[in-house]
Write a protein that binds this ligand. Sequence first.
Ligand code: GLN
Length: 301
Amino acid sequence: MKSAYKPSYGELLREAEERLREAGVPEAQLDAWYILSDTFGISRAEYLWKRDAGPERIPDIWEERIEGRCRRIPLAYLLGETEFMGLPFRVRPGVLIPRQDTETLVEWVLERERGAAKGKPSKPSQAKAEAEAGKLLDLCCGTGCIGLSLAHLGGFGTTLCDISEKAVALAGENAARLGCKAEIFRGDLFGALPRGAAFDVIVSNPPYIASQVIEELMPEVRDYEPRLALDGEEDGLAFYRRIAGEAGNYLLAGGRLYLEIGYDQGQSVPELLREAGFEQVEVKKDLAGQTRVVRGVYSHV
Ligand code: GLN
């Protein structure tokens, strides 16, 4: 028999929060709010105003999302979207979820390449902006969050590549959604690119976790995010070695390389870049004070 009981938004929120907390979800209160707000399409203001009222019907995804979050499926996979640099990015299992830490890389590129640290980037015609900003490659693009936010906010003419078919498909959807004209190729690192491709700027957030450390990551990452996007092999540096060794072939004279790195890679990765002939190698810390990005300049000699 169907019960006539109709819970209010306030009751739904409390119940969700309690279930998440019991399951040991770290940010139970916040996650319960995001699930409620997205599932029923209500803002904070609407909630405050009608918390004693309830929805007409409860869609199946309400239960699916709470149950999924209790199993530690990342919130972004359950909601299908996340924000990066203030822009909406579609996300799906099989593709790494954009991290806030990675905004450090994007902000540094905007600051150094566009002088956009203090002001907003200007928005002239796309062709003019691209000619000014230059050509940019995002290697191991995943959702496309780095390259597409740089295309959108910095006006770069952007190329994206990734080895994963799911990532390439998703990056294409995100590009269309943001109205960014980006070229997207599938393949192993630079092997994805057409012959003769060359860029002013190359950016990458490659897999950089040492294989044996992956088991120690939080369940959301360890159990649900793609290993392909995380595993940097035995010492976590495998992709940096390959990128450092090959990037010079794809950079125009004086081209710049920006790489996201792990908190303990602030010595090793700059060293790899210097060995590969990069100059003016610098490291940038994130807001938490951890080394997060390395930059180097390649002058062909
Ligand atoms: N920063 C990511 C994490 O904490 C790792 C991303 C990567 O390997 N590129 O899981």
